[in-house]
Write a protein that binds this ligand. Structure first.
Ligand code: ATP
Ligand code: MG
Length: 577
């Protein structure tokens, strides 16, 4: 399934890496990192970054460190650390063997460097490059100026080194309340780059940290901790999304001012992933979870890695999607249909075929011997001969799909209708002789059919043809299962775009989950294990959900069989008759 390495197109980041390896920069070493903040579950946007960072490490015989960027304890949690670790391992799958950088089986943590980062801050203070500032948060903001207006020096900017050292020590010892003081870099309050206007390096937060407990009450800012963590791990290429481009001068300033003995990492930026019908922000996804708009982070409608796994998306299909969208410098919006296409394409190759009837209609075959049950051969996967065959039970009473029958057919309806013959997949030709209706509602509740015993396996010895093949299950042997049909979570193509003060939840589709309980499935599904994905013939791909209790399986529809995008485009391009 994976594309061979030598055929991989080089994106602009890979070109830089290839050049560096060739020129012997960093002694030819490649060490990247994926640095999520553990404040939520990973989403498909993170998958793009994971595939890029781990992919490069894998291609250049390097390593990619998984690092928790955990400098903001108030919003972080071990639940997120654990889910992120699990999701990354799942997503990179077989690659993990030679490119997943962990520390004794656990991810790296920026918070493990708090001691070293504190010492770097002291070094900056001693060099006169950082100072303790007592401005209130409001005044700090006011003094920063605006992009077209220079900022104003803080009255605390020229404190003596001794006083700064003493105050910073006291900050660390817990002498001051939250927000009372900050440590700032001393750069340039009139820089056109706002990030260089004496940015905050440390703030006071009297809150326990999920990884360091109560060891600290001051925490470094992302910008200060990030480059230093990269340096401490020996990262060669620090790859992030475009919004960090304006932070790069600060990244370089911090590393440059510290006179560090080892080679410095370099930051490169690429365009983040945006996708139609998809919210791409941990904060907004957390809101969906907290307000119970979805059942959890791993709700199969969520664009999270765990949601997609639960829905039945194979990791390889997500990697293929990330390969197809490529890596560039210009932001765009990718069609969700492309992700579904990749999922469908992969499942077509690997998913075993089974039969299940979602809206059952009873069929009685009048000329089939009472009490007889046959086992018929069915192909497990026509795309994969090595998947072999299985036996499916056939009997006098069956279920077919309500949608495969019309009492009064339209011109283009070729399936079951009174007087017409169709093929039952892997079984016989049957002909509908009459119908039985509910006396009250008038609804057709049963079809009376006959079968031709010479058509076993699906072909008539006399060569006569039928126009349709439909799926079915044996009524006697069928297992009842539940299926969950998912539609898009949002009705609008761009759910991120809501007016100021409006809630993105207003665009949720109330029909995004439809549960159907009395689905009849062939008995082989009884042993299906959680996470296994099947193609229900003619209906779509379905994955066993973790909510399946013994005796009652629940299947998530992973994706439909039809390429919706192709269908829509075709319809739009076909002139109406
Ligand atoms: P969110 O806004 O959803 O919280 P984030 O950028 O704050 O995302 P981080 O945990 O900081 O999340 O992200 C870890 C890495 O993933 C970063 O390097 C970031 O650039 C990258 N990343 C996040 N979102 C995307 C995206 N949509 N496309 C590509 N990379 C992304
Ligand atoms: Mg972030």
């Amino acid at each position: 399934m994976e594309v061979p390495l030598e055929n991989k197109p080089l994106d602009f980041i890979r070109e830089i890496v290839a050049e560096d390896v060739k020129s012997g920069k960093h002694q030819g070493r490649v060490l990247t990192r994926f640095p999520p903040e553990p404040n939520g579950y990973l989403h498909i946007g993170h998958a793009k970054s994971i595939c890029l960072n781990f992919g490069i490490a894998r291609e250049y015989n390097g390593v990619c460190n998984l690092r928790m960027d955990d400098t903001n304890p108030a919003k972080e949690d071990v639940e997120y650390v654990d889910s992120i670790t699990e999701d990354v391992k799942w997503l990179i799958g077989g690659w993990a063997d030679h490119c997943l950088g962990m520390k004794e089986g656990a991810p790296f943590f920026a918070s493990d460097y708090f001691g070293a980062i504190y010492a770097f801050a002291v070094t900056l203070i001693k060099k006169g490059k950082a100072y303790v500032c007592d401005l209130s948060p409001e005044d700090t903001e006011k003094f920063r100026g605006a992009p077209d207006k220079p900022g104003q020096d803080s009255p605390f900017r020229n404190r003596s080194i001794e006083e700064n050292l003493k105050l910073f020590e006291q900050m660390e010892a817990g002498a001051f309340p939250d927000g009372a003081r900050i440590l700032r870099a001393r750069i340039d309050m009139s820089s056109p780059n706002m990030w260089l206007r004496d940015p905050i390096l440390y703030r006071i937060r009297h809150v326990d940290h999920h990884h360091t407990g109560n060891a600290w009450c001051i925490y470094p800012m992302y910008d200060f901790a990030h480059g230093l963590s990269d340096y401490l791990e020996g990262i060669t290429h620090s790859i992030c999304t475009l919004e960090f481009e304006v932070h790069r001068p600060l990244y370089d300033w911090i590393l440059g001012e510290l006179d560090l003995p080892n080679a410095l990492p370099h930051q490169y930026e690429f365009a983040r992933l945006n996708m139609t019908y998809t919210l791409m922000s941990k904060r907004k996804l957390l809101d969906l979870v907290e307000t119970r708009a979805v059942v959890g982070w791993d709700d199969p409608r969520m664009p999270t890695v765990s949601g997609m796994r639960r829905r039945g998306y194979p990791a390889g299909a997500i990697r293929e999607f990330c390969k197809r969208i490529g890596v560039g410098k210009v932001e765009n919006v990718i069609d969700l249909a492309l992700l579904e296409f990749c999922v469908r394409e992969m499942l077509n190759k690997i998913a075993p075929r089974v039969m299940a009837v979602i809206k059952p209609l009873k069929v009685v075959i009048e000329n089939y011997p009472e009490g007889q049950c046959e086992e018929l051969d069915a192909v497990n996967n026509p795309e994969d001969p090595s998947a072999g065959t299985r036996r499916i039970p056939f009997g006098k009473v069956l279920y077919v799909e309500q949608d495969d029958f019309r009492e009064i057919p339209s011109k283009d309806f070729f399936r079951l209708t009174p007087g017409r013959e169709v093929r039952l997949r892997y079984a016989y030709f049957i002909k509908c002789e009459s119908v039985i209706k509910d006396p009250v509602t008038g609804e057709v509740v049963e079809l009376r059919c006959t079968y031709d015993s010479t058509t076993k396996g699906g072909n008539a010895p006399d060569g006569r043809k039928v126009k349709a093949t439909i799926h079915w299950v044996s009524a006697e042997k069928a297992k009842e299962v539940t299926v969950r049909l998912y539609n898009k979570l949002f009705t609008t193509e761009d759910p991120q775009a809501v007016a100021e003060g409006e809630d993105h939840k207003k665009n949720l589709d109330p029909q995004s989950l439809v549960e159907i309980t009395n689905v009849k499935a062939e008995p082989s599904l009884e042993n299906a294990s959680v996470g296994a994905v099947y193609q229900f013939e003619r209906l779509g791909y379905f994955c066993v959900d973790k909510d399946s209790a013994t005796g009652r399986k629940i299947f998530n529809r992973t994706v439909t069989l039809k390429d919706e995008l192709a269908k829509i485009e075709k319809r739009a391009n076909t002139p109406r008759k």
